[in-house]
Structures are given as structure tokens and as C-alpha cells.
Design a protein. Structure first.
Length: 238
């Protein structure tokens, strides 16, 4: 039994903001520019698949022009150097945690750099655009591919694994999420219910602010690195 704290980390769009990726609910956020029902629901995909593909093609293409920031790198350091268990769960679909050095990332809302066959459900790595003509390689006749993204109304990925970790967590750290979208917004309550210390890093207090016992407000690229360094220096005094 490790005597070191078991840590669960949850990130949201705010952790990638300083890398230049748009968040969702800011004044210039993605949901100010696009209707969720048009680009992030199964019904929207049936209604106008090319509009949905274009939305994700643009976001996928943007990844090649952004780099991880100090918040991604601090979390990767924590995962690599912490003597106990660490689970990193992200709501983000970008690959910046991986490129920032994180050895393990659980994408509960899917990944931009993967595509999914609508018939077989098979998931494949995918770097380029998906168009109306793009077909899978797993079915006969070939079926269409969709972005490997969890849309509103669909079930997030890896939930059993995540809830098991939340039930055992000693320390729950939330970074860069507004706490608006469940089930992720309920993770802090779940961790707290099992006795975890809960810490929020956000630009401003999130919807779940009252459930965090500690809070560090400001850009995560500025607030997180020093906090992680202090934690790593004294791993039994968290
Ligand atoms: N550092 C820390 N926090 C930041 C920064 C930053 N540099 N910039 C923005 N934030 C905070 C904002 O204050 C906001 O609370 O990040 C949060 C981003 O909130 P949202 O835009 O709502 O994004 P998120 O919480 O990740 O959304 C959750 O909603 O639409 C769905 O699937 C989508 O995964 C997404 C989910």
C-alpha cells in the first residue's frame, strides 16, 4: 500500500488556453461561434455531416500550430515524479498533454487525432481531414468515419475506471474547467465524498467552487508549476 497520496487530476479547455486553443464558454469561445446542436450532437451529424466534419477538421488541423504550455509540462512532471498513483483525466480532445510529456492520459470526451467507424465502432489514428467521401477500412462495403469525439447525449469514455480512481483518491486536482458539464463536473463531489482533499486551479471560480477546499486562481501556466514543484519537494505534506 503506497503511503503516498493517490492523485486524480481533471483538466478542461482552460489548461490548453495558454497554448492558443479556444475554450468553449468564454466570450470568444467555441460555443459562441458554433451551435452545439449543429456540431456536437449525433442529431447534428445526421442532419449535416459535412458541417460537423468541417468543425472538427478545422480543430484537428490547428493542433499542428500549437504547443504544450507550462501547465501541461507541470502535470507531466507530477505524473512522472510523484511516488504514488496519479491518474490524469482530461475533457480535452487535443494531444497537448501527450506532447507535454504525460505518460498516461484518459480522454473521456475522445480525441481529435482519432476517427471512428460508424458501423463497427473501430477507432483509428487520424491526422487529416475527414470528408463525406472518407471511408473506413474495416467494413465491406466501407462505411463512413466520424470524429472520435463524445458528443452531447453520448456516454463519456472510461467512466468505470475514473470512478474507481475517484473512490480511492487522496488528492483531487481540477484545472481549467468551468464545471458546467457532467459527469466531469460531478467528479469533485465524488472525490470529496470519499475523503479526498480537493484543489481547483482556474482563471476564476468555477461552478463547483464551493466543493474545493483549496483554490488557485489565475492562468494555470503561472499557478501550477510552482505548486507542483512544492508538492514534489515534500510529497508527504500535501
Ligand atoms: N488557466 C486556467 N484556467 C483557464 C485559463 C487559463 N489560462 N483560461 C481559461 N480558463 C478557465 C475558464 O475560466 C473556464 O472556467 O477554463 C475554463 C474553461 O471552461 P469551458 O470553456 O466551459 O471548458 P470546459 O470546462 O473544458 O468544458 C467542458 O464542455 O462543451 C463541452 O466537451 C466540451 O469538454 C468540454 C466540456
Amino acid at each position: 500500500m503506497s503511503q503516498h497520496a493517490r492523485i486524480v487530476i481533471l483538466t478542461g479547455a482552460g489548461v490548453s488556453a495558454e497554448s492558443g486553443l479556444a475554450t468553449f464558454r468564454a466570450h470568444d469561445g467555441l460555443w459562441e461561434q458554433h451551435r452545439i446542436e449543429d456540431v456536437a450532437t449525433p442529431e447534428g451529424f445526421v442532419r449535416n455531416p459535412q458541417l460537423v466534419q468541417n468543425f472538427y477538421n478545422q480543430r484537428r488541423a490547428q493542433l499542428s500550430s500549437v504547443v504544450p504550455n507550462q501547465a501541461h509540462q507541470a502535470l507531466a512532471r507530477l505524473q512522472r515524479e510523484w511516488p504514488g498513483d496519479v491518474m490524469l483525466v482530461t475533457q480535452n480532445v487535443d494531444d497537448l498533454h501527450e506532447r507535454g510529456g504525460s505518460p498516461q492520459v484518459i480522454h473521456m470526451h475522445g480525441e481529435l487525432l482519432k476517427a471512428r467507424c460508424v458501423e463497427s465502432g473501430q477507432v483509428v489514428a487520424w491526422l487529416n481531414d475527414i470528408t463525406a467521401e472518407t471511408r473506413c477500412a474495416c467494413c465491406k462495403p466501407a462505411a463512413i468515419l466520424r470524429p472520435h469525439i463524445v458528443w452531447f447525449g453520448e456516454i463519456p469514455l472510461h467512466m468505470e475506471h475514473i470512478y474507481t480512481a475517484l473512490g480511492q483518491a487522496d488528492l483531487f486536482i481540477s484545472i481549467g474547467t468551468s464545471g458546467n458539464v457532467y459527469p466531469a463536473a460531478g467528479f469533485v463531489a465524488e472525490a470529496r465524498r470519499h475523503g479526498a482533499l480537493t484543489v481547483e486551479f482556474n482563471l476564476e471560480p468555477s461552478e463547483q467552487r464551493s466543493l474545493f477546499q483549496q483554490a488557485n486562481y489565475g492562468p494555470a501556466g503561472e499557478t501550477l508549476p510552482g505548486w507542483v514543484d512544492r508538492l514534489l519537494k515534500e510529497p508527504t505534506k500535501w
